[in-house]
Design a protein around this ligand. Structure first.
Ligand SMILES: Nc1ncnc2c1ncn2[C@@H]1O[C@H](COP(=O)(O)OP(=O)(O)OP(=O)(O)O)[C@@H](O)[C@H]1O
Ligand SMILES: [Mg+2]
Ligand SMILES: [Zn+2]
Length: 451
């Protein structure tokens, strides 16, 4: 195949250079030049309809009925927003060994019966996939395998066999002959993903890319991938525990931030339909430095234990470390705690952790983080069946969170009986033997802890 002409384009300003240079000659940015195809723009950026389109009134466009294709894995369907959509392109990212190939092989096996499914493996041989299928009890699964890394060959196979669902495991191994860069480079990943995405839209096939995550936590190669695809899913969870979370970071076909919960077993990933109590360590008695929050990540309330350890600084600057929570937010909360709660942590290292490897993105956890910190500092535990939620503002106010009732109900079901919550989330009536402590300000919450 003749080499297409390539050139180097700046990712900052879009300026082009015929050869690679460390600094962009147009905008002066460093290390921003990436190899790209110099092919006629018209062919490469052909729109998804194929031909030139004209201006149309919205009302005259008939939406294509998006029937959902269920994957047979309920938790996976939940994060996808009720299943796959024809022509949808999905990126599934996650740490090495977390279970990406396992999940997609299981889903593919379930889908294959009714929808022709092609599993393209660039990372493992067909024999390795067969071995995994054997372990998962899926040897006779109706799924087709292609061990191939060259884009042109993959595209030809898709055109020849017309599958409805294609898994590319992983996008980093795919390369096109047209570019000289190594497989896995930004240029290759971007170009291959763009071509496969265009194919998906034209043919109406579902394409699922597996993407590796770099040490920094981004999908290797480009953030641009996240813009190209319709849905971005990330695996999260503590690799040492058996629980695996799949979170929708972006979804053009459903709610973002939806969470699917799985347990990794010998026979593959099992959905956990009722995960609300998974992310707590089991203490018989309350321990200092622990507070349980009811978060609403996605559509289900999830109870998560927040732990804090506040310890005098051993020389040097105090350290602040947050695992599963936002470190910037922690710094902010400590400042509010000092200013409006009169609690000084400047001479202490502060470590906070969300139990079980779950990540809490909601500010509803603010009050729990703050109380866990105070509790550790004073070495005084919260009541053992206490639940805390509420957003904390810079002026020391405790702000309401959405769907407070639902959080309280879920926790009450699990035996929680004391609720420290924003005043504005106070329920109108509560069942007996439930103790609601409504607060408006941070100092009231701290006072309650001392109380
Ligand atoms: N015999 C086994 N019994 C139980 N669990 C196993 C067994 N073999 C593998 N696993 C689990 O499967 C996981 C590997 O899953 P998988 O290969 O799907 O991950 P991946 O995300 O595709 O990894 P990679 O990034 O390397 O491709 C292991 O980390 C382990 O938890
Ligand atoms: Mg894999
Ligand atoms: Zn530039």
């Amino acid at each position: 195949m003749a080499k297409a002409k390539t050139l180097y384009a700046c990712t900052e300003c879009g300026g082009q250079s015929p050869k690679w240079q460390g600094q962009c000659p147009h905008c002066g940015a460093w290390n921003t030049l990436v190899e790209t195809l110099a092919a006629p723009a018209a062919a490469r950026f052909e729109n998804v309809a194929g031909a030139r389109s004209s201006v149309t009134p919205l009302a005259s466009v008939t939406p294509r009925a998006t029937s959902r294709i269920a994957t047979g894995l309920d938790e996976f369907d939940r994060v996808l927003g009720n299943g796959l959509v024809a022509g949808g392109v999905i990126l599934l990212g996650g740490d090495p060994g977390i279970g990406k190939s396992t999940l997609l092989l299981q889903a593919g096996a379930a889908l294959g019966a009714a929808h022709r499914t092609l599993y393209v493996t660039g990372e493992e041989s067909a024999e390795q996939i067969a071995l995994r299928a054997q372990r998962l009890g899926l040897v006779n699964a109706p799924i087709e395998l292609l061990a191939e890394v060259q884009l042109e060959a993959i595209v030809a196979a898709i055109n020849a066999t017309a599958p409805e669902i294609v898994v590319i495991d992983s996008i980093q191994t795919v390369y096109t002959e047209a570019l000289a860069s190594a497989p896995g480079s930004v240029a290759q990943v971007r170009e291959c993903a763009a071509q496969l995405t265009r194919l998906a839209k034209q043919r109406g096939v579902v394409v699922i890319f597996v993407g590796h995550v770099t040490k920094e936590g981004a999908i290797a190669g480009p953030r641009v991938l996240e813009h190209i695809v319709d849905t971005v899913l990330y695996f999260e969870g503590d690799p040492h525990s058996s629980f695996r979370l799949v979170r929708a970071i972006k979804n053009r076909f459903g709610a973002a931030n939806e969470l699917g919960v799985f347990a990794m077993t010998e026979r593959g990933l099992r959905g956990v339909a009722n995960p609300s109590a998974l992310f707590m360590s089991q203490h018989a008695q309350g321990v200092a430095g622990s507070a349980v929050v009811a978060t609403l990540e996605g559509s289900r309330p999830l109870l998560v234990e927040v732990q804090a350890l506040v310890d005098p600084v051993q020389g040097g600057t105090p350290r602040r470390l947050a695992v599963g929570l936002d470190a910037q937010r922690l710094a902010l909360l400590l400042a509010v705690l000092h200013r409006h709660g009169g609690v000084d942590t400047s001479g202490y290292d502060v470590f906070v952790n969300a139990v079980g490897g779950v990540r809490i993105l909601e500010p509803a956890a603010d009050l729990a983080v703050m109380l866990a910190v105070c509790s550790s500092l004073k070495n005084s535990p919260l009541p053992s069946k206490a639940l805390v939620f509420g957003e904390v503002g810079l002026a020391g106010e405790v702000r309401p969170v959405q769907r407070g009732q639902e959080r309280i109900r879920e926790a009450a079901k699990l035996g929680f009986d004391t609720f420290l919550i924003p005043n504005m989330n106070k329920p109108k009536q509560v069942q007996e033997n439930i103790n609601i402590v409504p607060v408006d300000r941070v100092d009231e919450a701290i006072g309650w802890l001392r109380g």
